[in-house]
Ligand binder design. Sequence first.
Ligand SMILES: [Zn+2]
Ligand SMILES: [Zn+2]
Length: 407
Amino acid sequence: MGKRGTTEVNHVTADVVEQKLGTYLNETFRHLHRNPELSGSEFATQAFVKGELERLGIPYQVMAGTGLCAELRGGRPGKTILLRADIDALPINEATGLPYASQTDGVMHACGHDAHTTAVLGTAAMLLERREEWGGTVKLMFQPSEEKHPGGAKPMIAEGLLENPQVNAAIGIHTNPYLAPGTFGLKDGAILANADRFYIHLIGKGGHAAAPHEGADAIAMAGQLIVSLQNLVARQVSPFDNAVVTIGEIKGGYAPNTLADRVYLAGTVRTVNPDTQVLMEEKIGKTLQGIADLWGGSFTYDYVRGYPITWNDKAMTDLVRQAAGLCLGKESVIELPHGYMSADDFAYIAKAVPSVFIEWGTGDWSEEARRSAAAWHNSTFQVNPDALKYGVTVLTQTILNYLQGGE
Ligand SMILES: [Zn+2]
Ligand SMILES: [Zn+2]
């Protein structure tokens, strides 16, 4: 600790990042945006990142097929911090009309992972320049397949991502079209939700539509189930807690004059509290049992747990608050009143080591434009390239603060 005072450095500024890397960031981002690849097939993206790491002289290893873990070492020994970018795109036809729009039909960077990859490469370049000012290791994680369950983070962890040297803390970053460039949304505790899925078959007994009492109408059972599941959230979950149940798929029935003997429903449950997750899984089962008993039918029910809650460690989140405040002023920190009900497999890293997941302002400058911004996974989703330099500034400063002075 004593060394810290003597290794104090000038803070990073967005102007310096712009001056040193402005062109690089813009070109890298546009290149990646033009060339999106689906989860698990990020071959060209992996090759591109390898090329950039080689150019910078940063050693790396291939993990989880199309993933990479690179190791950037400081001027002396110290702690290890992981910085994560996901690299995959989505099966969406881009409709932004941008000059650098996707050149691959039906595939689009509609979640901003191209910006994440660019920001992490830019941060590596900045840290490299200031290598003598910090100690320890920065692990740069380029993760495949975030968009496709079970995701790329888990296999990378299984292949030793967090070991040799052992990772002490981690940072993840995500584009946010509702926040202005130069701002960062932060929240202690749960920032993203548990994202589970369920699959249900309601099984009744077919027959003539004019004699429902002789059969068991699976469509009537489904109707009752849909209403009951919404009531679970309204009447079984605390008003101070959050949960979402959405049925996104329903199939059943044959003809207007025929009782349906089967209905298939599938949906998602989002929670931010582990007890509520257990409660929802159980209560959906009990609701199904009650409806099946009442109507003389039966059911099958599969509840599949997806990515867990992404948890922001308070000390790590404070580190970002301080870095953003130092580089861009207090107004750059947006304290989020609540997290998001979406999920990310960065959660597995955040479960293993103290972490922070940053909501990175990548929207437009005007309040009005941000209000009408297209959401993630929309065919008109956009990242404002002006945001890149701010992302690199805050990531670089946060890591410098964490690793300054070495051990
Ligand atoms: Zn996404
Ligand atoms: Zn994403």
